[in-house]
Structures are given as C-alpha cells and as structure tokens.
Design a protein around this ligand. Structure first.
Ligand code: DGY
Length: 319
C-alpha cells in the first residue's frame, strides 16, 4: 500500500512505516507539492498525509481512486471537501488538542507585541532613530486589567481564556452556541458579537473558517471596536474582510492588528496591510513550536495507520 506525504516530514515512526508501506514524500522543505504532481501521485495512493496548503476538493477525490484515509497535520480542515470524502467513505483525520496551547500562546504573543509596539520599536532602533528616553516614546496599551473578547470558544479559546485570567484580564466570548459549562469553569461571560466588540480591549479571532464565518469581521464590525483596542487573528484569514481591516487601521480607529493568517497565503509583499505600522504580520506559525509540530506529526501518522487498518482514527472530523 502506498502513503503519499505532500510535505517533507521527520518522525521516528517513519522508519517502521516505510518497512511496511511504500512511502512517497515531497522532498522540498518549504514548498507545496505542485497540483499536477498531487493529482498524479494520489491516483494509486491508499493514504495521504496532507496539510492546510493542499486543496482536497472534488477534483482531487475524483483522482483518488484507492484512497482509504486522509490525514491532515492541522486542526483546521477547511481545505478539505468533507462531503466528497464522506460520500466515498473516506475518514478524514486531524490533530486537535496538541496545538491548542501553542496557538493560544501565539495569540498572546501578538496581543503583547501589538500592545507594546515591539516591532515598530525594534525598527526604530535598527534605523538609528533612538536619541533619548522619552516620556511617551512608543507608549502602548496595558494587558493586565484589560478586557479580552474571544470569538470562538473552542479548545483554543478555553486555553486562551485561562491564560488571560492569569494575566488578570476580564474575559468575554461569543460562540455559535453558548457554553454555560465554560462560563462557570473559566469565569467568562457570553456576549453577542456586537457587544463583545464594543466592550473589548483585545479581540481574538479563533473561529474556524466556514460559509457562516466568511468575512464575519468587516469594516462595520471593526468600527464598533474602541480606538485603543487590538485585533488578533490566529484562526483563518477568510474570517476577516482585509479591505475593511485595512481601512479601519489606516483611519486609526483601532490601535493595531496582529495577524498570523491571511485571505491569501503567503501574503504578498505589496499587500496594503503590510504598509501599515500598526500591523504585525506573521507567516501562519500558530502551532509552530517544535514540540507541538512533533506531536501533530505523530497523531497524523497514527491516524493514517489506523485508517489503513480499518480502525477508528484518533481524531476524525467526518466519522
Ligand atoms: C491548524 O492546525 O489548523 C493551524 O492553522 C496550523 O498551524
């Protein structure tokens, strides 16, 4: 049986796997397997180890005649046509939980970096502009005592809420469904989106990409936020209308935005958002700690082995 890896993966499990299975792996570190190669290689593959940069749509599944399992090294699976997979009886595995702390930590990193203008300040030094200490030099915003609004109270949202509580923040959230258990356990309060935006000093987007969440933050929603507030997105770029975000930041109607995800990735250098001083942009590194990525690989590999052995995947999104 053949396992197709669309990325170069390292894992101690691979040695054993390659004794039992034919392993075909894209071998360039930081590039995506070209579409034509993907469609060609998947034609006789029994399993695929994929990730958020591959588009597994109807055309892909048309080519994947022998596929028994799809395993994505990610918690998000908006790049996979679940209906097509399910129609063909193919389980789709993903890697939740192990990345929740890392993604929550990156949300905090962006909150702090935006609040204290870390990137601008460093640039200032590099450009040799620092002449003396100044009473309001790069004065930013405080985190302790501020109010955090979380959009999407799933696994990552709950961990972020705990971390924020340890920083003495007030936490409110909005979600598709109200979560009274989380409210009690974490001491957080539910709000409708508009109220959350009006009240929060920090707004963190954690909701998954879907038709319902497409562009859920646009100019109207950003206008509700305080002029001193900070917006952070560590979920998916499609949840934000970037034109609206650009406009609001340009007008200085919010303080800053910290973005790990974009509507089109990689974001192009000439994208208007990158021209703004009040934007911090990162290359989708939410779960990128070595330990987390190792665990994601391990779970994704186990999902494949379980799928090939007709066993239940550790984490599946369609079965
Ligand atoms: C995910 O797992 O969906 C993340 O975006 C990858 O870092």
């Amino acid at each position: 049986m053949k396992i197709l890896f669309t990325r170069l993966i390292q894992s101690p499990l691979l040695e054993q796997i390659s004794k039992q299975y034919e392993v075909v792996m894209w071998n360039e570190e930081n590039s995506v397997m070209p579409r034509n190669e993907l469609l060609k290689e998947v034609a006789d593959a029994d399993a695929i180890f994929t990730n958020l940069t591959d588009r597994l749509d109807a055309e892909f599944f048309e080519h994947a005649k022998r596929l028994k399992v799809v395993s994505t090294m990610a918690v998000g699976f908006d790049n996979i046509d679940l209906q097509e997979a399910t129609k063909r009886g193919i389980p789709v595995g993903h890697t939740p939980d192990v990345l929740s702390e890392a993604v929550a930590e990156l949300a905090l990193t962006l909150m702090f970096a935006c609040a204290r203008r870390v990137v601008e300040s460093m640039q200032f030094i590099k450009e040799n502009k620092w002449e003396s200490w100044g009473p309001y030099l790069f004065a930013g915003q405080k985190i302790s005592g501020a109010k955090l609004g979380i959009i999407g109270m799933g696994r990552i949202g709950k961990i972020l809420a705990k971390q924020a509580k340890a920083l003495n923040m007030d936490v409110i959230y909005t979600n598709r469904r109200r979560d009274e258990k989380a409210e009690k356990e974490l001491n957080v309060e539910y709000r409708e989106l508009d109220s959350l935006l009006k009240e929060s000093d920090y707004v963190v987007m954690l909701t998954p990409a879907s038709n319902e969440t497409y562009h859920m933050m646009g100019y109207r929603e950003f206008s509700l936020m305080k002029a001193t507030s900070i917006f952070v997105n560590v979920s998916r770029g499609s949840t934000v209308d970037e034109a609206g975000l650009y406009q609001i930041l340009r007008e200085n109607k919010i303080f800053a935005a910290g973005l790990d995800v974009f509507e089109v990735e990689p974001i192009q250098q000439d994208h208007p958002l990158l021209s703004l001083d009040n934007v911090i942009a990162l290359p989708h590194i939410g779960s990128a700690t070595k330990e987390t990525r190792d665990k994601m690989v391990e779970i994704a590999l186990k999902n494949i082995l379980n799928g090939l052995n007709n066993e239940r995947l550790l984490h599946t999104v369609n079965k």
